[in-house]
Design a protein. Structure first.
Length: 251
């Protein structure tokens, strides 16, 4: 390990990953942001999905001050977050064949929408089938994953494919297999995961690109403001009324 406290070392590792994403993913970020802007301008809807801890980055772009009001969470009961008991059930459901099809069949997704799918490994049945099924419906798919897993692990889906194989645009988070940045001789397992920090930043960069792209086209981005600043609630009410037919988290 490098010098410094474990906290210093974690910050250095996270900053290093963020720097890699900034330097190595600008084209993918620009393409993803442009696709979101295209979807908004064309009257489409935006959705985000992630299972387990990957859901944290998905939730971070939904109903968020400074974020796009049209971003909706595509929820799968028992999978989004770690609130299910036992928590291991969520991990098990990610590996169930056919679950994605049931979700898509009952979701509001339609052709022309854009779905962001977040899966660190991209190897389980749920994200693979979610991406493939969404594209079959005519939905644009943006995948956020670590490409290291495609060479360092095997797919758990019967097709042998990963999330990246079923996306229009892929954003690589650069996270190493195992998602743990630190090691110590006195600790028997690697520790300090950075995937949430990096993935959330990556997605916020995409959202910023989408908002700026819409503005460059003369379209006011449908942004939310904090409800804790004066006028924020009134602003948000106006935006939600204007785009109510494309916002599903209020229903």
């Amino acid at each position: 390990m490098t010098d410094g406290t474990p906290a210093d070392q974690f910050f250095d590792a996270a900053i290093g990953l963020l720097r890699r994403v900034k330097e190595e993913e600008p084209q993918a970020i620009a393409a993803a942001g442009t696709l979101l802007a295209d979807t908004v301008e064309a009257g489409g809807r935006l959705f985000a999905f992630g299972a387990g801890h990957s859901s944290l980055a998905a939730q971070d772009v939904v109903y968020r001050a400074g974020g796009l009001a049209l971003m909706n969470l595509l929820a799968v009961p028992g999978v989004v977050g770690v609130d299910v008991t036992p928590a291991t059930l969520g991990s098990a459901l990610e590996r169930v064949d056919g679950l994605a099809a049931a979700v898509l069949d009952t979701s509001p997704l339609r052709a022309g929408d854009t779905l962001v799918i977040i899966s660190l490994s991209g190897r389980n049945a749920l994200p693979v089938e979610m991406a493939a099924g969404a594209r079959a419906l005519g939905v644009n798919v943006i995948g956020v994953t670590s490409l290291a897993y495609t060479t360092g692990t095997k797919s758990r889906h019967t097709s042998g494919t990963f999330l990246k194989d079923h996306c229009d645009i892929v954003l690589d988070s650069k996270i190493a297999v195992g998602d743990a940045e630190l090691t110590l001789d006195t600790v028997p397992a690697p520790f300090a995961p950075a995937s949430t920090v990096v993935t959330a930043a990556l997605l916020q960069a995409v959202m910023a690109t989408a908002a700026a792209t819409l503005a460059d086209r003369g379209v006011e981005p449908p942004l939310l403001r904090s409800g804790n600043v004066d006028g924020g609630l009134e602003w948000n009410s106006r935006v939600m009324a204007q785009y109510g037919d494309r916002i599903f988290y209020r229903r």
